[in-house]
Structure formats: C-alpha cells, structure tokens
Design a protein around this ligand. Structure first.
Ligand SMILES: Cc1ncc(COP(=O)(O)O)c(C=O)c1O
Length: 486
C-alpha cells in the first residue's frame, strides 16, 4: 500500500498516474459535444449501488475506467458553449495547472509552518485585490486593508457579517438589523441566522426597475429602525445580483452607512470580474468605501471552485475571527511576527486556492481575465437585443453584467399558470435533452428562465439556437396540454 503514498520514491508513479488522469479529462473535453447527457438520478443511481467500496480495484487506471461510467460520461460540462445556467465559469488552464501543484504539495494555509511561501502568495493576492478595490487610496484611506481566502461567497458573506456584528454598537442581538436588497443573495439571511440574529433581522429593501436597491427605501428603513431603538448593523450592497447582475448604487449606500454608523458590506461575488476590466471598472465606483467586500474568483475570474476571498478596509477587524490555540498559533507568534493566516480565517486547515489566481495573473495578467469577462458582458448585451426583438419572449432587464432573465410567452395563451408551466417544462425538457442547460428563477411570483453567460466561447448563434429549442419545447408542452384538455 505504501506505493500509493506520494513521496520521493513514488515520483515516477505519480507522474504516470497524474498524466493518465489528465489525459482522460483532456480526451473527454475534446470529445464532449453537449453540456450534459440528460441522464436522470434514477438512471445513474444503480451504477453506484453496484460499487462495493470495501473491494478496491487496486490500480488507478481501473478506478478511472469506473469513474468514466459513473461520473465523467454524464457530468455537467461548464466549458461547453451551451451551458448557460448557473454562475459557473469555464476555467483557465494556468489555474488548473495550479490545482495539480497545490494538491500534490498540499500546503495548508493555516500557519506559516505548514505553508511558508504559500502564505506570502495569498497575502500578495489579498493586497492586490484590495488595491484594485481602492482600499488604501484617497484622502480618508486606511492603509491596513487585509483579507483572507475563503471557500466561497457564502463563507465570505458570513465572515463579513460576523465582523459587522462584533463591531456593532450593541451586544443585544435582538436589536440588530441587516439591510439587503430583495435581489440580494440568500446567504445573507442564512448568515444572520447562523450569527444568532432573530428571523426578522434581515430587512429586504425593494429594488427599482433595473433591479438595483432603492436607496430612498433604504434611507426610510434605516430611519425607521433607528427611531424604534433598533441598531443598523450592516447594509449589504450587491455588486452583481445572482439573477440580474444588477449593481446597487454603491456611493449612495456608502453615504447612508456613514450617516447611520452601519457596516457597509459589498457582495461582489459575481461582479468582482469588473475589478480586472479595462472598460467597465467604473461600474464598481463606490466599492472603495466598503468596510468589507466579497469576491468570488471562481465566478468571474475563470477560476476552478473554490477560489474566493473576503477583503476588509481595516484589517484590524479580522481579529474577531482570531483564536489562539497553544498547539497551532500561540499568542507569542504575533509578537514574533510570524504570519499565520488562521488568525484571520473561519477555517483551520485550508487549501492553497490562492495559487490558482497567482498562476493566472503570472501567466495571463489581470487584463487577460478582464477581457474574458468583458466578452461575456458584451455577449449578454447582444443577447438582450435579440430577446427584446423576439415576440416570443419577455425579457426582464437590460443586463449590467452577463445574465439574461426571460420567459417564453405563447401567442394565444393568457392563463398565467399555463405560461408558468410551459416555461418550467421547457427548462426541464432542455436539460433532459442535454442540448443546453439553462437556469430558472422567479420574478414577481412568475417563473422565468435565465442565461448566465460566463463562457466567452458562447456566441449569439448559440443563444439564438437555444431560444429556438426553448420555444420548441414550450410549444410541444402547450400542444400536448391542449390534446389532454380536449
Ligand atoms: C451575489 C452572490 N453572493 C454570494 C454567492 C454565494 O457564493 P458561493 O456559491 O461561492 O458560496 C452567490 C452565488 O451564486 C452570489 O451570486
């Protein structure tokens, strides 16, 4: 069994095995002609029942053969131009190469003595991102911005709200209130619950027609809460809402946070790609006033999952996540100035995800990433024109980033329930066909479909073709339901 341990004596075996795995995936990617096979859980599950985990196959080649049939063959492939569903991006090769390095070396980012240079790489990337945000610039700048890599946007938002709770003017959790737009991410509510806040703590602020937080309504709610003796703990502004890519008015929100002494958190999990854009960076103007910012490199920096970070304007706030354990990071290490990232993180053992972004920046540069993100934003703008001109579809808002929310509207049908069902059916049927994968959401209580465009290889022709497929499935549903009704 020791021959499976990766060490000095097995380097050659490692080379062969890793190469075989890479070749398997490369062949698969080259041959994949659709984003999904359409397999159902019922069809796939029996293959797992037949696998006895207590009877190993003995060699990796056999395990890879098996993996082909239970996973690779039917996986959902985000690199395919007709995968248009969730906030999953195709990944850049330098970052995938970094995955091979980081899991083989297996550094852990909790302490210096488990990571050495890896800690410094993460710190440089935190500084780089903070600089792009604009922390440390301008006349009222705090120059000790800091941050830490996390597992994803949900964890970044949780940690941001933890810091906000600890910095709030009261310890009475029942009095704390968090404000986020009605289009904000659900991890805000979930975090509030995990942080011990009452169910009514998160106040949903209505959005305008462009799905941006209405700051007049925010001002009203902040005033109301304060007059009722409640404490505005945080305002979560979203820079790139999950459904619409809309960006809340950051400068106005910053002013209100200042006025009411509320922590300003910007959830830029999706919109962070703008930090690398040479043409759209201005859409994030005002982000530099935030107390904390969530960035998900695994959404708009074309990084493999996981790759995310929380940045804070004043690094001292991260002390709220600090706990000194004698075995790991005793207090004296602070005096000895030994850099330990665990002092800033909710996690202890932690992957060296930062290496992926490092390799990406060192290979392609930020402009390269920004160009890719600009391309998908341009594509969404063109897709919007297409949808707006298509009488079969209703499209919700002109995109700021790269999503399109729309629904099929049958020509002669007025029943809202039938329209809903036709759209739900079309999404399911498309998924089952494997021809394309699209997402769904609700707007004003009605079912809509969604394209999240994160693949620069997707073309307007792909979008037009998928719209035809959706219309075809919806019409088939309507035809069949007419037959059943008669
Ligand atoms: C705006 C926003 N915030 C936070 C998240 C959560 O990020 P993650 O899935 O990386 O936890 C998402 C995910 O889609 C998001 O769209």
């Amino acid at each position: 069994m020791r021959s499976h341990l990766l060490n000095d004596t097995t380097a050659e075996r490692y080379r062969r095995t890793a190469t075989a795995a890479v070749e398997r995936v490369a062949d698969k990617l080259a041959a994949t002609d659709r984003p999904f096979t359409g397999i159902t859980p019922e069809q796939l599950a029996p293959a797992f029942d037949a696998i006895d985990l207590d009877r190993p196959l003995g060699d990796t080649a056999a395990a890879l053969d098996e993996l082909e049939s239970v996973y690779l063959r039917d996986a959902v492939y985000f690199h395919h131009p007709r995968y248009l569903a969730h906030l999953n991006c195709p990944v850049v090769i330098p970052a995938v190469a970094a995955e091979a390095v980081l899991s083989a070396v297996n550094s852990s980012l909790d302490t210096w003595d488990q990571s050495a240079g890896a800690t410094l790489i993460e710190r440089r990337l935190v500084d780089w991102t903070a600089h792009r945000i604009g922390f440390g610039a301008g006349p009222d700048a705090v120059t000790n911005a800091d941050g830490v890599f996390t597992s994803g946007g949900s964890q970044s938002n949780l940690q941001a709200l933890l810091l906000a709770r600890e910095e709030a003017k009261t310890r009475d959790l029942a009095k704390l209130r968090v404000f986020a737009s009605e289009c904000g991410h659900f991890s805000v509510q979930k975090s509030a619950k995990l942080l011990g806040l009452p169910p009514e703590a998160v106040i949903a602020i209505p959005c305008d027609g462009d799905k941006r937080m209405q700051t007049v309504a925010l001002a009203r709610e902040l005033a109301r809460c304060t007059s009722e003796g409640l404490v505005p703990m945080a305002v979560v502004a979203t820079a790139g809402t999950t459904d619409f890519g809309s960006i809340d008015p950051l400068p106005e929100i910053a002013e209100l946070c200042e006025l009411y002494g509320a922590w300003m958190h910007v959830d830029a999990a999706y919109g962070c790609g703008l930090l690398a854009s040479r043409t759209r960076r201005h859409l994030l103007d005002g982000i530099e006033h935030a107390d904390s910012v969530t960035v998900d490199y695994h959404k708009s920096f074309f990084q493999p999952v996981s790759s995310s970070a929380l940045l804070v304007r004043d690094g001292a706030a991260l002390r709220h996540a600090t706990y000194h354990a004698d075995y790991l990071n005793p207090r004296r290490m602070v005096e000895e100035r030994i850099p330990n990232q665990v002092d800033k993180s909710l996690q202890t053992t932690r992957r060296f995800d930062a290496l992926k972004l490092w390799m990406t920046l060192r290979t392609m540069g930020a402009d390269g990433i920004g160009e890719l993100f600009d391309e998908v934003c341009d594509l969404a703008a063109d897709g919007w024109q297409l949808l707006a001109a298509d009488p079969r579809y209703d499209v919700v808002v002109r995109p700021s980033l790269s999503t399109l929310v729309f629904r099929y509207i049958p020509a002669d049908v007025t029943s809202p329930a039938v329209i809903d069902h036709a759209n739900l059916y079309a999404r399911k049927a498309l998924f089952a066909s494997g021809d394309a994968v699209v997402a769904g959401t609700k707007v004003g209580g009605k079912h809509y479909l969604k394209f999240t465009l994160l693949n620069p290889e997707t073309t307007l022709t792909d979008i037009a073709a998928v719209l035809d497929l959706i219309a075809g499935h919806a019409e088939q549903y309507l035809g069949e339901s007419l037959v059943h009704a008669s």
